[in-house]
Write a protein that binds this ligand. Sequence first.
Ligand code: AMP
Ligand code: ZN
Length: 492
Amino acid sequence: MIYTDQKLRIYNSVSNEKQTFTPIQQGHVGMYVCGPTVYSKVHLGNVRTFMSFDMIYRYLLHLGYKVRYVRNITDVGHLVDDADQGEDKIGKRARLERLEPMEIVQRYTVDFHDILNQFNLLPPSIEPTATGHIIEQIQLIQKVIDNGYGYQSNGSVYFDVTKYNQDYDYSELSHRKLEDMISNSRKLDGQSDKRGEQDFAMWKRAEPDHLMRWPSPWGDGFPGWHTECITMSTKYLGEKFDLHGGGMDLKFPHHECEIAQGKACTAHAPVNYWLHANLLTLNGKKMAKSTGNNILPGEILAGTNPLLSKAYSASVTRFLMMQTHYRSIMDFSDQAMLAAEKGYHRLMSSVQDLQNINPGTLSTLDIPAWREDCYRAMDDDFNTPILISHLFEGVNFINMLKDKSAWLTSADLNHFSRTMSVLIYDVLGLGKSSAVSSTHKDKLEGTINLLIEMRNAARDDKNYLLSDQIREGLTALDILLEDTKDGTRFKY
Ligand code: AMP
Ligand code: ZN
């Protein structure tokens, strides 16, 4: 069921404004998120970005969309300087540790999955690797060359940004003008294989000592980082898909280059909505693997980082992250964690208390209006901090119900309790999941079908009081009955 029919608005980095979300195929969403480069342990900044998209994925699922969520593993092609120069990050690590590159990849892919699992992130629908898609990348590069936007030079293949910018706009995402980039960049020194400094490598020639290499029409080499994501996203989601996300630092050049290659192949934009999650900072500076200015998720759980006064749970960390909007910069500190821990426990113990509240004969709190506020927050570009403030209004409601200064009918109480737990567990991904296991699901569906039969029998007996009571009771649990010519169906 789509709870908030066409009310979801998403901030699109291309237009720099919030737009009503309209999927390409009704009821379906194709979403691609750039995954990690698996050459070292993920730090908390990486986790924040993946968690932001996990929350977005969860909300889309909750709205009833069938989501195909693709998040890749970068296991080749990401060079040390993030552009066309330097060693491959994985190859470098393998050389330093005297290991096979694939041993590095395996070790840190396992670590990545383990950490994301601990922080309660749902696995994507497909997790393709760059090395598993070399043939597809070669095919895409060939298409770019055939369409006149790529050229071969000395065993490497480059994307011709100048030519592309004559036909399209190389600044549509980053909003940086090519002329400014050219005047600010250093001039080619005559040694480079490129025609223009802004051109980027789709395929790089492998030097004799380069570890990760594959044969190609242009000789032995390896694919460029910007080519893998556009290849794998369009392979699994189609030449045009709904959402593409990543950290803010990937906007340029990585995502601008993805758009350029997509358009060079198909003459249309590959993605409808570009989403960028903002950075996690530490001491006011970006958390990064390379600078050492970072905290590892494992250090949070064990309390072993000197910046921490104690250990914190993954749920408390997740709660802290959800208190900041995904597009805002967030600075990490022990103080913020201590405050988040207090808030988290207040929320969770209040939700526990809700189980022991008895219904009244009338409602003195406006639950539908409160629920509407919660959904309005999420529909406004996934505004989790505002949602959390409404959840704390819910905590105030629970306190009033406990001291009997407010009352809710059984239907409203069920509705309230169900909404609190769905938003906390399923959408924000805090604590345990309220998702039902498949055996429980069968039992639940059997029970609903039994109630539908009882309702039909009541209607046949013209006992409308009972039939309405069954329908309204189910509605309060977010189970909607739909009477069709083929019988009664239900939706969550
Ligand atoms: P990488 O493994 O370096 O390719 O990064 C994986 C993801 O983490 C990308 O989407 C990056 O944009 C994101 N990322 C890197 N550093 C940070 C940070 N300090 N805060 C939030 N996200 C980050
Ligand atoms: Zn990517």
